[in-house]
Structures are given as C-alpha cells and as structure tokens.
Design a protein around this ligand. Sequence first.
Ligand code: ATP
Length: 913
Amino acid sequence: MHSTHKGGESRCGMKAEFKEDAYHALSAEDVLAGIEASPTGLSATEAAQRLQLYGPNELPATPARHPVVRFLSHLNNALIYFLLAAAVVTWSLGHFVDASVILAVVLVNAIVGFIQEGKAENALNAIRNMASPQATVMRDGHRSRVSVADLVPGDMVLVEAGDRVPADLRLMHARGLLIEEAILTGESVAAEKREDPVPVEAALGDRTSMAYFGTMVAAGQGSGVVVATGVKTEIGRISTLLGSVQELTTPLLRQINRFARRFTWVTISGAVLLFLFAVFARGFAWPDALIAIVALSVGLVPEGLPAVITITLAIGVRRMAARNAIIRRLPAVETLGATSVICSDKTGTLTRNEMTVRRIVVCNDEILVSGSGYSAEGEKLFEDEGSEMFPDRGHALTLARAGILCNDAHLRKSANGWIVHGDPMEGALVTLAMKAGFDPENIRAEWARVDEIPFDAQHRFMATLNQVPHGQKVILVKGAPERLLEMCSMQAGEDGQVPLDPGYWTVRIAEAAAEGERILGFAMKPAPASACRLSFGEIEKDLIFLGIMGFIDPPREEAVAAIAECHAAGIAVKMITGDHAATAAAIASQLGLGDNPAALTGHDLDNIRDEMFEATVRETVVFARTNPEHKLQIVRALQRGGAVVAMTGDGVNDAPSLKQADVGIAMGQRGTEAAKEASQMVLLDDNFASIVSAVHEGRTVYDNIRKVVAWTLPTNGGEALTVVTAILFNFTLPMSPVQILWVNMITAVTLGLVLAFEPPERGVMRRPPRAADAGLLSPFLVWRVIFVSLLFLGGALLIFFNALDRGLDVETARTMVVNTIVILEIFYLFNVRYFHMTSLTWRGAMGTSPVLIAIGVVFVAQLAFTYLPIMQRLFATKPVSIADGILIISVGVIAMVILEGEKYLMRRFGLLD
Ligand code: ATP
C-alpha cells in the first residue's frame, strides 16, 4: 500500500505507508509501526507535541444561535404580540407616551430575558465542561485518565463496558468486547470485536478490528491505538453531533407558559367586556376607554414570569454545581425538590471507598492485618503475631499472591501518600501483597497474565489465567464468596487439597460481614501449559477454594449527617448494594439508616409474591446482593406507590434504572459514560452528601418560583383591580393608563426579579417533600392572590379618596396612588420572602443585596417620576408633600402588619401548603 496519508508524512515524518482508511486491514504491528506508537503508549511529551499538530480530539460544537435570532425569539409569544398590538392602537390614537411606554415594557422584558437566557446557557455550557468525558490511556508506560479532547493518534486507549469509545481505535486486544455502533451503522445489535485484521474492502459495520469514536462499549474490555481524532474520525466525517442538546424547558416552565397563555386570553376577553361596559353603560369616549383598558390588560398580564422562572432555575443549577451536583437535564432541578426516596449505592457513595484488608481467613486460621490506607509501611502489621513478617500459615501467601495477580490496579506514590489507579479494593490487595513481601511489578512479570475474564456486577467474580514460573499455568478467581463457593468442590487444606467445607466458610463470612467488612473470596485451579483462553464453562466448576479476605471501608462521616438531614426532611433513604447482606446491614447501622436493619437480598426479592412486592420494597431500607435488574424493579415499585425516586448508579447495566428514576444520579468519578448519559445529574465527588445538598437547593428553587408567582400575580392584580373598580363604580380613574404602564415597567424588572435570588429559608429540610403532582397554583396561592389584590385595592382607594377629600387635585392624588402601589409592592416583597416564618426579624428586614439594589432603583425612579419636571409632563404627575409621603409609607406598614397577621394565622391553622 502506498502513502495517501493526508499530509501525515510531511507533518510529523511518520512512516505512512498505507491508506488512512485501511487500518482495519493491517496487522496490529503494522499499524503501530505506521503510526509510530507502541503497546506501552506515548510519552507525555510526545503526546503534547502531537496534540499541537493534530489539534484537540473534538467535534465542532453546535453552532450557537445568532444573538439577533435569540433576541427576536423573546418577542415571539402571544403576550408580546398582544402588547405590540396595544402599542400600535395607542399610537394610532395619538397617545404617543402610552405607546412608547408599552414598547419600553416589551423591550426591557426582552432585553432582560435575552441577557438572562444567555447567562443560563453559559452556566449550563460551563457545567457540561465540568463533567467532560475522560479516557483511560497509557502515558509514560502508566495507565492514566486524560480528557477525551487530549487524545492524539498513537495513544494507547483502554476501554471497558459502559465507556464511549473516545476516538477511532485500531484494536490491539479485545476480550468479550461488544460495541453498539447504531449511531454509525444503524445496526442496533452490538458488534463483536476482535483484534484480527479484516479484508480491506470490509464495510464499516464489518470492521471488527476497529472501535469508532462515539460508539458505546456494551460489554467486555479492550485496548487499541488511536488512529484518528476529531473531525478525521468516522463520526467526524459524517459530522453527526454527539450528545443531546440541553433542553431549556421543564414541566414547571411549561405549566407557567400554559397558564400565561390562558391568562392572556381571559384578560383580553375581560378587557373587551369591560370596554363595552365603559363605553355603553358609563359613557366613556371610546378612545379613552380603549387606552385605559389596554393599559389595564398590559398591567395584568405577567409577561415577565416565564423569564424570571428560567432565571430561578438557572440560579439553582449554578448553586448545585457549586455543591458538586451537575445537572444534565433542567427538569431535575424541580424534581429534586420533590424527591421523597433516595436510593443510594453503598461503596464510595455512603462509604469512603478507601479499602484496607483487615482480615485473612484460610482453613482453620485467621490473620488480622493492621494499618490503614494504601501504605504498606508500619510496625507490627500482623496483629496477633506482633510481628512485621507476614505469617505464611495455611496458604496465606498463596492468597496474597492470587490477590495481586487477579487484579488490574496499580499503586503510585504521590506527595500525599499512595494513590490507587483502578478499583480501590484491588488497590488494597496490592498493598496487602506488599505487606506480605511481594514486589508487585516483579510478581506480575514472573506470573505473566495470559488471559482474563473481567469483573462484572452480574456474575460477581473476576478470573485470570497466569503462567506459573517455569511450569504450568494457573486459573485464579476472586469474587463474592458465596458465588465462588458454588464454583468450588475442594479447598486448600493444611496438607494439600481437601473436600470443601461450605459450613465453615459461611460462618466465617458471617462473622466478618457482621463487622461491616466487605468480603472477597479466592479460588484457583491448575491449568495445562497449553491453555491460552479462559471460558466460563471451565471456571464455573471444580475450583479449589483458597480463603477469604475482609476489607474495611469506613462510612463517610458527612453521609451520616446527610442521612439524618434526609430523615428530618421526610425523605426515605435506601441502600441498594451488590455487597453481602450482613456487611450492608452493619454499614447501614453505622450510617444511622436504622437499628440493625434487616437486609433483603436480590434472591429474596425474586421470591416475593407480586402482591407483596410494593409494600416490602417500601418498608425495606437495605437491599444487598442485588443486580441491576433488581434496581429497576425497586424504582418501579416505589414509583407505583407514589414516591418521587432519586437513584444512584455507575455501571453500564444501571442505565435502565437511572432512566426510570425520577432523578437518575450518576457518579462522576466511578461512573461509566453510559450511566452518565442515562442520568439527569452527575455527582462530581460521588458523595451522598452532595445529593442531599442538591435536594436542598431543589427545594429552594421551587420555593423561590412560588415566591415569584406569589408576588407577581397579586401585584398585577392589585393595579388592575383599582382601575376596574373605578370603571364599574363610575369614579375617576385613580391611575391614568400611562401611570399603570409605568408601575408595571419599573417594578417588573426590579422587584419582580429579585425573588429568583432568594437564599433558602431556614428549615427547608425540616419539611416533608411536596406532593409530586401538586400544581403551582395551590389553594393557598390562589387565596393569596385574591387577598393581596384586595389589600392593594383598599390601600390605593384609601389614599385616593383621602387626597381628594382634602381638596388635593386629581393629578396629585394619582401620583400618590402610584407611589402607594409601589410602596405596597415593596412591603409585600418583604412579606413573601418568607413563606414559612415571619418576615419581622432582623434578617428579614435586612433583605439580600439584590433586594436592596432593586429597592434602591425603584426608589430613585419613583423620586424622578414624582419630582422631575420632564417626568411630570410625560406622566401628568405632581410633587407629593413630605407629610403625604409619610402617609403613603404608613399605609405600607399597616399592610405589612396585616399580611404578617394573615401569615401567622395561616401557619397556626396549618393552611400553608
Ligand atoms: P455498590 O452497589 O454499593 O457499589 P458493590 O460495589 O459492593 O456495591 P458490586 O461492585 O456489584 O457492588 O460488587 C458486588 C460484589 O462483587 C462485591 O461484594 C465483591 O464481593 C465482588 N467484587 C466487587 N468488585 C470485584 C472485583 N474487582 N473483582 C472480583 N470481585 C469483585
């Protein structure tokens, strides 16, 4: 084959003696030689140079919408059309000020919406980058995790079940590797991959020696060398974009939009009726009536509400990110607040996932190991012996050696001590081997691995085939001990093999598990020198049981507090683990999940009668030895009972239950790409406490949305009611149309926005979760809207008639009414900041900085409105005396007292919802 490697040779002098497309047909050696790579990977320096040359391994992002288009989209809704029509009508009637103010309302709202939407999108983009995918590669001869964008041709990449293939790879090694390639080939059945070359003319779907960027590993393990990155990959060429676009809507937002649309039509119909009434029954001149009614409708319509709610959600997303919870789909922000059950994994989420081997049990003997963490140094490592030497009793050394050989983890010394690359439990086995005097590198080289069956949560064991130095081969298996006992017929006794004694092991397992230890069993079987492949059939019978090891994995302290917080908040916490029932129960009890809670195993679940299933699942706190299907059954059962379920997961098989849960939560560190993509939220620190923080934020967001609605609707209602009453009862309008428009504009973008920024109320986590199906406009909120609208009407009319009675002119009286409405809105804002407690506290009175800034702006605007000559001309206002100013503020104070009284009574009689 001849060089058609596009520019490859001139750019980095690679021996590009083959067609770029033909990697699948070349032998592994030829590919490595051609791309100047080696099975041990690139050096970090070489990788950095290649990155310069080839650019990041990324596909072009979705083109952002043009800002003008984005801006115009804010004008594209029924409310805005209505307002624009109103502006045209008022303009054509010669009311230029009114028309300009209406246009200003539209513009200001669109600008606020535009800016805030931009911020929300930026926040979501930034967050998406925080959870950006990583790949496992060999760099400088070591396994390491790098960002997918940093991969370069020549990198040696390792993939396993649940990973998205991070670039186009020529496979060097494939073990049970199945890859779903539907996005490329449309084929829904996962393709089986092998390392052997295929004919050069093979179609994409038949290139079994390749793994393509963006496809998903369904099962098995493999490694391959990167042959193309970014736009050069197959997926890059057909320029399909990966990942779904972040949705910017949620059920609540849709509910609000629906409400706003309906409300507009009701308002318009009401306005038409009122117009007819004003003209025919009250004898208004029709242009005057029209302007008044247009202003009224503009005042009533909550045009800013959807934008403010989007902002509230975006703020929630940002606050959650600050607490290590990355929202992948916006609706999760709301749903989190309604969560009534959290189902959590144990290892790493509730516990620290820092494993240490504590106990080794062999036939007739037990060895206790001291030390914590991954360091193998220390005195008297073996307690009972009081010695530093590993006691080789009852094959303990064989066990320790099996532990390091049937193992993929590596330990590396860093400034902060030893750290594990790989599974922490396997890391602990490396430490143990070092404590037993083995040199990990040497022993692994001497007993070279020939083949393996990777660990899988479904079969719960891992097996390797190793070369015995100067001799035969050996199969080593480690896994859940009950599972291994089923596969064994003999056990290693003091003098050679003896028949298996399952009773002895069951007792020893129960003892260790009762201490909360995680237990692993070990077994072996000799194999002939000719053996080179492992098969399930071969290892599932006639193994020789070697013994068990118990690992300690301490509970996370913050998880204990977080669980207590959940209980106070009426949220049930359930532990669902693949671990042993007794271990799970012991850890659950240490975590405060109940006093010695009984654990139900996956096997028990399979045997429960259908009609009992739901109730049993509801009452059980600890589920052990479950597999991913059980998780799905558990979520479904809880949901049938009306629960809103948050569920954690990390493996590829967890994807269905993560999708089924109301909030699927993937682990950011341990989680597979498949789990992350199926979930709504990703936990950056894998920590249970972060879930609870997110629930806390979710509740705050929902409260704030309710506060925004509870403020917006009655303030609009109060203004409108004042004018409607005047028309119905035939007295002078207490506010001119243009004044209504003014109030609406100035408060909508100041006071109307600030509630989105409210911090949580004290005690948010001491209330039960809200009902999942509760509508936003609860009976309490409807009552609030009516009550407060009437209060505003009362305040406005009181000031108006009092002013007229005192002989003040209509202009002054109207100026006072406008100021009264604004003052009432400010006082009501303080009241609504706390739904569940009084606002008459120091904290309540001080407000937050957004509140104070908004009030400052409104205050200055009202001063201008009242005293600035040009404003006086535009809005027909007159200066208000200091005494009248005090009178207006007194009305606000009285309203506040009434509102607080109402809140107290509502709380007292439990009518808040
Ligand atoms: P959780 O679901 O809470 O994370 P878990 O990590 O214990 O629990 P799995 O990873 O499914 O659940 O493990 C189940 C069992 O399989 C473990 O209790 C252990 O006995 C065994 N096991 C776990 N990891 C390995 C491994 N790398 N090799 C062999 N056996 C393992």
